[in-house]
Design a protein around this ligand. Structure first.
Ligand code: ATP
Length: 355
């Protein structure tokens, strides 16, 4: 295997890529740069344009108008799919059921007329890499779903693609296997040093696999950044709600104090700024239990869910408003217990209204 820092993939860039179907915009003027060797995840709800962007990069769709795609600076916009040298892995394995594991992996090399000895060596190396060397002679229809997906990955990598495109590759697998494979695939891609573009609507998968994540919304990239920054500093309310759990508090700011509800359980948070109606966003782990009688939020425990090291409390604050709070699971509370809460100021997010 090559050293980790030696990149095999090409850099990919798109410029003003737009695609409409029957007058409906599937992708609007998308420009992005993917450095060689990066794993970029395209994340977003159904219909946001992830697959369309992937298919344009593959050459399975043609962009409208003057949109361009470059691999290593070379314009491939007019280049046919088979000449773009792309590897693809899909949800359905598209493997040959009557061939063995090894024959499937070697298929692309055979088509390219790679000599037998080199073909065998290359196949062996890839099977070892994906942990399937012992199953080389097993027919594809006699291996499990997770093993098939690893064969598909080895087959896609065998042709030494410039870019690997993966569209929901784990979607057909059960939850346990999906969780294990997402870690394995991320490691394999990183070891291989290939440039990869990975489509998913599963945010946990995106976090585990991506060097960066492009969160897509209605045919456009809402934010592109590292998983950490997407989680900590979402660019807008859509990204905040789509990735991870978020609490939101809608209220009125007067003289720098946000007021939510009134009476005994009223929340009064000092946040500063001009008088306005606003929404504050914060993660469950940003809320602290407080023993201070002046703590800004008072609530009542509704329920708790055990997560292992932590538990998630559902706390009612004003009528009809509940917050989700993560606290250590060794704390115990009685049902309906009154709680006082505080929020770290730096964890509160406020977005400009969408235009
Ligand atoms: N061949 C097509 N003909 C007509 N409309 C299409 C076609 N392909 C995609 N679309 C539309 O373009 C939009 C974007 O679709 P796309 O498949 O890129 O979304 P996606 O984010 O990959 O969704 P999913 O997660 O459901 O696969 C959708 O509204 C979809 O209905």
């Amino acid at each position: 295997m090559k050293p980790k820092d030696e990149k095999r993939g090409s850099s990919v860039s798109t410029h003003a890529l737009t695609k409409t179907f029957n007058g409906n915009i599937a992708l609007q003027s998308t420009t992005l740069q993917i450095p060689a060797g990066e794993i970029l995840v395209l994340l977003g709800p159904s219909g946001c344009g992830k697959t369309t962007l992937l298919r344009l990069i593959a050459g399975l769709e043609q962009p409208d108008g003057p949109g361009m795609i470059h691999f290593d600076g070379e314009d491939v916009s007019g280049v046919a799919i088979e000449r773009r040298n792309i590897g693809m892995v899909f949800q359905s394995y598209a493997l040959f059921p009557n061939m063995t594991v090894a024959e499937n992996v070697a298929y692309g090399l055979k088509v390219r007329k790679v000599a037998r000895a080199e073909r065998d060596a290359q196949t062996q190396r890839l099977l070892t890499m994906v942990g399937l060397e012992d199953l080389a002679d097993r027919r594809i229809d006699k291996v499990s779903g997770g093993q098939r997906q690893r064969v598909a990955l080895a087959r896609a990598l065998a042709i030494k693609p410039r870019v690997l495109l993966l569209d929901e590759p784990l979607a057909a697998l059960d939850a346990v296997l999906r969780e294990r494979l997402r870690v394995e695939i991320g490691e394999l891609l990183r070891d291989f040093g290939i440039t990869a573009i990975y489509v998913t609507h599963d945010q946990a998968e995106a976090m585990a696999i991506g060097d960066r994540i492009a969160v897509m919304q209605r045919g456009a990239i809402a934010q592109i950044d590292t998983p950490r920054m997407i989680y900590r500093r979402p660019a807008n309310a859509f990204v905040a709600e789509f990735v991870g759990t978020m609490n939101r508090l809608d209220g009125k700011v007067t003289s720098g104090v946000l007021a939510v509800g009134d009476g005994d359980l009223a929340t009064r948070l000092a946040i500063g700024g001009v008088d306005r109606d606003t929404t504050l966003w914060f993660r469950p782990e940003a809320i602290r239990l407080s023993s201070d009688s002046e703590a800004p939020i008072r609530g009542q425990l509704r329920s708790s869910t055990f997560f292992g090291a932590t538990q998630r409390l559902t706390v009612a604050i004003t009528p009809g408003k509940e917050l989700q709070i993560d606290v250590p699971s060794d704390l115990s509370f009685s049902a309906g217990a009154p709680l006082r809460l505080d929020i770290a100021p730096e964890a509160m997010l406020e977005f400009q209204p969408e235009t």
